[in-house]
Design a protein around this ligand. Structure first.
Ligand code: ATR
Length: 285
């Protein structure tokens, strides 16, 4: 890592393996330009066996103020941080690291991004918070369960192909969270206010099953955290059934906001222009 003590340059990174498809450099680069900040945000590919060394170097570095970590490093980042916050501790995973007075702090902004996207794009989406149905029990699901629970949903059903994984999450996140198989979907959607797909079903050309969203409450919202394609098979079906929907791209954009503010000292906003930049990039690749 280059030492930038001689300059006022503030540096941040996104670290993953692989990392070349990350859109985070476009997002942070846009904000750096918008604010005219003398800073950089670079993608760094680090293999799992080198990650602890990378974090060690970061702690000793004067050049970096922090960064994002993504798959497969989120759990390890949490373990290696000096001070993970309460959100990261409950998840056992961190996606945002920042140095403060030589201490490496860690948080997880995925749940924030999920909620901020819906708040931004679907006015009144959380007026009713009786039942949420979350498909999937992987890493992304955890942050969303936590966020939906913290927003005050009364009953949260986590349905997964491997029910034992859903049960682990139900045990972790408390009595409002219930586990079940995907075959329980029709029953659980009855009267639901929110449906979230957190699985890779429908991503790229992965097959996604048919879902009848009609048992949901009329005001119920269907959302998907997959954003390639932007209108996923689940969203397409929901739109065809006359449902309110929100795509997953906004979660990616909003989860970046708290990190940028920590590293660069300004709170950025998610603009239509930024969204269009990422949509154009998705269309190119
Ligand atoms: P992430 O961290 O992105 O959430 P993950 O931990 O690999 O990724 O989780 C992927 C999720 O997609 C899991 O819920 C997985 O179900 P299992 O726990 O049963 O593996 C789900 N998933 C992936 N492919 C699937 C498929 N073909 N059918 C049903 N669920 C699938």
């Amino acid at each position: 890592m280059r030492d930038s003590r001689e300059t006022s340059l503030t540096k941040a990174f996104v670290c993953g393996f692989p990392i070349k498809h990350s859109r985070s450099p476009i997002i942070h680069g846009y904000w750096l330009r918008q604010f005219g900040i003398d800073g950089t945000y670079e993608a760094v590919e680090v293999a799992p066996e080198k990650f602890a060394d990378f974090i060690g170097a970061l702690k000793r570095s004067e050049g970096f103020s922090g960064g994002n970590v993504t798959i497969p490093h989120k759990e390890r980042a949490f373990e290696l941080a000096d001070e993970p916050d309460e959100l990261a501790r409950e998840l056992g995973a961190a996606n945002t690291l920042y140095l403060e007075e030589g201490r490496l702090k860690a948080t997880n902004t995925d749940g924030y991004g999920f909620l901020a996207n819906l708040d931004d794009r679907v006015a009144g989406w959380d007026e009713r918070k009786d039942v949420a149905v979350i498909l999937g029990a992987g890493g992304a699901s955890r942050a969303i369960i936590q966020a939906v629970r913290n927003r005050g949903f009364r009953e949260i059903h986590v349905l997964n192909r491997t029910v034992a994984r859903a049960q682990e999450l139900a045990d972790r996140f408390g009595e409002r969270v219930h586990a079940g198989p995907i075959s329980a979907l029709a029953e659980r959607l009855s009267g639901a206010d929110l449906f979230v797909n957190t699985t890779s079903l429908g991503m790229d050309s992965n097959e996604a099953m048919e879902i009848d969203f009609s048992p949901m409450r009329e005001s119920g919202l269907v959302t998907d955290i997959v954003y390639v394609p932007l209108i996923t098979p689940f969203l397409k079906q929901a739109i065809g059934q006359g449902r309110k929907v929100a795509d997953g791209l906004g979660m990616l954009l909003h989860q970046a906001v708290p990190g940028f503010e920590k590293w660069f000292g300004q709170r950025p906003t998610v603009t239509d222009e930024l969204r269009a930049l990422i949509v154009a990039d998705l269309e190119r690749h």
